[in-house]
Design a protein around this ligand. Structure first.
Ligand SMILES: Nc1ncnc2c1ncn2[C@@H]1O[C@H](COP(=O)(O)OP(=O)(O)OP(=O)(O)O)[C@@H](O)[C@H]1O
Ligand SMILES: [Mg+2]
Length: 112
């Protein structure tokens, strides 16, 4: 199992959610975050002095899925989140060691 963590532009959240549902993911966690990439937040908002770093509002999406779904999920996120402009975001993929459904104590893939 893998966790896909995507940092995207907030206005793309609904499109990305719909794309992931079409792929058939079992669950999604979303949070409001702030961050910057290699432009240090510049020109996504405004041009300031070079030494100023601006945090830009982003949405973070976390999805844990079976290995065989990762490629489709990543493709769905990229296609839905892409505008072609700077700040479109980034996708990080982690190995997941264990999943436990609290209600039933099911483990691993059965708990997704
Ligand atoms: N190396 C990183 N580590 C942690 N978070 C990151 C990293 N790079 C980007 N992020 C997060 O992703 C958001 C979007 O990054 P962004 O798309 O601007 O990346 P970039 O590398 O600058 O690419 P681009 O040139 O397309 O803008 C950032 O605001 C930050 O929250
Ligand atoms: Mg950037």
């Amino acid at each position: 199992m893998k966790k896909i963590e995507a940092i995207i532009k907030p206005f793309k959240l609904d499109e990305v959610k719909d794309a992931l549902q079409e792929v058939g993911v079992d669950g999604i966690t979303v949070s409001e975050v702030k961050g910057f990439g290699r432009q240090k937040g510049h020109s996504e908002l405004h041009r300031g002095p070079e030494y100023v770093v601006d945090f830009v509002a982003k949405a973070k999406i976390e999805v844990v899925c079976e290995d065989n779904m990762v490629e489709r999920a990543v493709e769905a996120i990229s296609a839905a989140a892409r505008t072609g402009r700077i700040g479109d975001g980034k996708i990080f993929i982690y190995n997941i060691e264990e999943v436990i459904r609290i209600r039933t104590n099911e483990k691993a893939e059965a708990a997704l």
